[in-house]
Unconditional design. Structure first.
Length: 567
């Protein structure tokens, strides 16, 4: 098994080197410069953090927090690798292009498993060497630690990636026994997006929470130190290694070796156990993947599906296109991950524009109310704008990928008896109808929560539909000239230029129409005598501006729709 593993790793390294050599010379130079720049930058930052922490703790030895920094470094790296381990293991073990040859080659299956895992772990070790290694080395320099510390630090660095890699591989093999591997990636993409949204919320709110916690003049440092000591002594492998490294620096060789050995026993032991059970789990999971995704397409089944097509078979052409898109989108759950990704921006917008509490922070709501001098409260207007932003960020991807979503099916749609306006209207409805439905529900909830009057609710809903409709039309139109019909991952459907132009135009549209819809509130604050005129002029011109910008964008897209997919 060891000889087979070394052979497979050597061949994989040779393939990677040949791939690099086959590139143009200028690309080779740029790749080397890029990775050197990234490595030097990350290493310099990590070194500065490590040396600074060591120097501070050397100046205040009474804190007795020396094990904290190594433990935090190794824990942070472990968590970072653990987050990506599932996807890396899934790609390496089940979605690699050479698996069919390797699984039928006269080599040990455990060797195939180990080589694939170690090949995927190359990136892990690169991250560890660029982030953890410089910090640990300079931390020891800052505290004037002896040689034993650096020897054990090297061992801890080598053992750190094994636990997340083994855990990710084990989870992948277990899940692959009950679900097709390609569908597992989609589910994990959705789960990762949900976790990312939650982490983004907590991360952006942590600054505000910390300001509230430390705003008090009375801070009990003894309680904080006690909590830190409890954390340091937690039975976590990476923290055990941190305690061992600190003991090595203090000259407690026996304690250091025992703690680091316990860390290695857990990490190497878990990885060895994963390799031992991989023989059965990996083979069965790979065979299941090979047999998944095969549908029995018979003539009877096709006739039955056509007879039960329902609204999809009798609806107008544009609505039928929208119904078809709604059926296609859930088939790849990574699409939902792409819908949720833009929501990362919402906590940033909220905290920096509406929730700033510091002396230098900008609070747009407070500034607007100060501008109105107490005559008008803009809180409800900002809340309605938040509902619009949330709903638009979720559903605008349907509009921005309307054409690219067709992939190879675009040629069937292009040859169908459909006019270009019908096709574009169908793509617009596919995004606008769910936007309107969800936006209406959210606006009803907001009206109940904020106590909107009936007129206020209707006006907020009207403004949301006017602005959202124009923005959706812009995204649908600018998805046409740069449509990508050759994607293999939903993240590659959108174009950078189309997204950039759509963002700029939508920002202008939203700003102008938002100001026009807010004109009645602005005139109430500044010129109450013309408020009635503002209630007529503001909404009317908002409709005109939104329709004009959206209409020009649609005209632009229609003129280029026939060229999509053509050489």
């Amino acid at each position: 098994m060891i000889a087979d593993t070394i052979l497979l790793l050597t061949l994989r390294l040779q393939v990677a080197w040949n791939t690099f050599r086959s590139r143009a010379l200028i690309r080779q130079i740029l790749i080397v410069i890029f990775f050197l720049a990234v490595g030097v930058g990350m290493g310099a930052f990590s070194s500065g953090v490590g040396y600074g922490a060591g120097a501070i703790l050397r100046r205040f030895p009474g804190l007795q927090l020396e094990p904290l920094m190594p433990g935090l470094i190794l824990t942070a790296i472990t968590l970072l690798l653990l987050v990506s381990s599932f996807g890396v293991a899934l790609s390496a073990l089940f979605l690699s292009n050479d698996l069919e040859l390797l699984m039928t080659a006269p080599v040990s299956r455990r060797a195939v498993f180990i080589s694939k895992i170690l090949d995927g772990m190359a990136g892990y070790y690169a991250i560890v060497l660029l982030t953890a290694a410089p910090a640990l080395v300079t931390y020891g320099l800052g505290l004037r630690y002896g040689p034993l510390y650096y020897v054990l630090a090297l061992i801890a660095i080598l053992g750190t990636p094994l636990l997340p890699a083994g855990l990710g591989a084990l989870l992948v093999m277990v899940v692959a026994r009950v679900a097709p591997a390609r569908r597992v990636r989609e589910v994990m993409g959705l789960a990762a997006a949900l976790v990312g949204v939650v982490c983004s919320l907590f991360g952006n709110l942590s600054g505000r929470w910390s300001r509230q916690i430390f705003r008090s003049d009375q801070i009990n440092f003894e309680v904080i130190l006690t909590r830190l000591q409890d954390f340091i002594n937690a039975p976590i492998p990476s923290l055990m290694a941190g305690r061992g490294l600190a003991a090595a620096g203090d000259g407690e060789a026996v304690t250091a070796i025992l703690l680091v050995s316990s860390f290695l026993l857990i990490t190497f032991g878990f990885f060895a156990a994963t390799v031992w059970i991989a023989d059965t789990l990996y083979a069965s999971g790979w065979l299941r993947m090979q047999s998944s995704g095969v549908a029995n397409r018979t003539k009877e089944r096709a006739e039955k599906a056509a007879a039960n097509s329902g609204l999809l078979g009798s609806a107008p052409a544009s609505l039928a296109i929208a119904l078809k898109d709604w059926r296609v989108i859930p088939r790849d759950l990574r699409n939902f991950a792409q819908f949720l990704t833009p929501l990362f921006l919402l906590p940033v917008i909220y905290l920096n524009l509406l929730g700033g509490g510091g002396s230098r922070s900008f609070n747009a709501l407070a500034q607007a109310n100060n501008f109105a001098q107490g005559r008008v409260d803009f809180a409800n207007a900002f809340a309605a704008a938040g509902v619009l932003a949330t709903t638009f960020l979720i559903f605008n991807r349907i509009a921005a990928t309307g054409i690219s979503m067709e992939d190879k099916s675009w040629w069937l749609l292009k040859s169908a008896p459909l006019s270009h306006p019908e096709l574009l209207l169908g793509k617009f409805l596919a995004a606008m109808i769910p936007f309107a439905a969800v936006g209406t529900l959210l606006m009803i909830g907001l009206a109940i929560w904020r106590g909107f009057s009936l007129i206020g609710f209707l006006y907020g809903w009207f403004g949301m539909m006017v602005i959202g409709g124009g923005m959706m039309a812009v995204d649908v139109a600018f998805a046409i000239p740069w449509a990508n019909l050759d994607w293999d991952d939903p993240r590659k459907m959108t174009s950078g230029w189309g997204a950039l132009f759509g963002f700029v135009i939508n920002a202008v549209l939203g700003l102008i129409t938002g100001l026009l819809l807010s004109l009645p509130l602005i005139t109430r604050a500044l010129l109450p005598s013309v408020e009635i005129v503002a209630w007529i002029v503001g909404p009317l011109f908002a409709i005109i501006v939104s329709a004009a910008i959206g209409g020009l964008a649609v005209t632009f897209g229609l003129n280029r729709l026939g060229n999509v997919g053509e050489a």
